[in-house]
Write a protein that binds this ligand. Structure first.
Ligand code: NAG
Length: 229
C-alpha cells in the first residue's frame, strides 16, 4: 500500500461554475471518503473555484486494531506524545504535493490553491503546507494537530512562512481534544507569521463540523481566493 495511491478512485470534484482560477484541495478524516466533504464544500462554493476531495487509500490502522480503512498514514495513538508513522506521513505529503502539481499543470498556480482537511486530513494539510516548496494561498485545518511537530525548528518553514491559516476546533471534541488544537496553534505561531493565523473554537462542537464553521471557511476561502477577472 506504500508509496502511491494511484489505484485509489479519482477524487470527488465540485467543478467551478465558470473557468476555474483557483482550487481548494480538501483531505477527509480517518475512515471517511472525499464524498461527504465535497457535498459540504458544494454548499459554500464560489463560481471560480474548483474543489477537489481525494479519497485516502485503504491501509491497516494500528489505532483500529490493524483493521484496514481509508487512511492517509498509520495512526498509532491520538495523544500528543503518541508514536507517529514518520515514513507514512512523509509519503502522504508527497502524494498531496503531486496532486497540487497536477492542478498547477492544469493551469491553476499554487498560490491560488488552498489546502485543507479534517482531523487526520487536516494534520496532513498542515504538514504538507509547512514542508512543501509550493507557495500556497492558505490552509484550513479542522479538528486536527501538527504531525511530527518536533521535526520543525523555528525558521525552518520556507515559502509558506507567511501562509494564512484558519485552524478550527470544537471545544467538546472527545477524540482530538481542544488542548491538542491549542498546542498546535502555539507551535504554528512559532514557525509562521502569527498575524496570518486565525484560531476559531466552536462551543459544544465535538469531532465534527458545524454551519458556523462552514461559514468561517467560506469567508476564509473568499478572502484568500478572490475572483481574478
Ligand atoms: C501576513 O501578515 C502580515 C502582517 O500582518 C501581512 O503583511 C501579510 O500580508 C500577511 N500575508 C498574507 C499572505 O496574507
Amino acid at each position: 500500500m506504500c508509496g502511491n495511491n494511484m489505484s485509489a478512485p479519482l477524487p470527488a470534484i465540485v467543478p467551478a461554475a465558470r473557468k476555474a482560477t483557483a482550487a481548494v484541495i480538501f483531505l477527509h478524516g480517518l475512515g471517511d471518503t472525499g464524498h461527504g466533504w465535497s457535498e459540504a464544500l458544494a454548499g459554500i462554493k464560489s463560481p471560480h473555484v474548483k474543489y477537489i476531495c481525494p479519497h485516502a487509500p485503504f491501509m491497516p490502522v494500528t489505532l483500529n486494531m490493524n483493521m484496514a480503512m481509508p487512511s492517509w498514514f498509520d495512526i498509532i495513538g491520538l495523544s500528543p506524545d503518541s508514536q507517529e508513522d514518520e515514513v507514512g506521513i512523509k509519503q502522504a505529503a508527497e502524494n498531496v504535493k503531486a496532486l497540487i502539481d497536477q492542478e498547477v499543470k492544469n493551469g491553476i498556480p499554487s498560490n491560488r490553491i488552498i489546502l485543507g482537511g479534517f482531523s487526520q486530513g487536516g494534520a496532513l494539510s498542515l504538514y504538507t503546507a509547512l514542508t512543501t516548496h509550493q507557495k500556497l494561498a492558505g490552509v484550513v485545518a479542522l479538528s486536527c494537530w501538527l504531525p511530527l511537530r518536533t521535526s520543525f525548528v523555528q525558521g525552518a518553514v520556507g515559502v509558506n512562512k507567511e501562509i494564512p491559516v484558519l485552524q478550527c476546533h470544537g471545544d467538546c471534541d472527545p477524540l482530538v481534544p481542544l488542548m491538542f488544537g491549542s498546542l498546535t496553534v502555539e507551535k504554528l505561531k512559532s514557525m509562521i507569521n502569527p498575524a496570518n493565523i486565525t484560531f476559531r473554537t466552536y462551543s459544544g462542537m465535538m469531532h465534527s463540523s458545524c454551519i458556523e464553521e462552514m461559514m468561517d471557511i467560506k469567508q476564509f476561502i473568499d478572502k484568500h481566493l478572490p475572483p481574478v477577472d
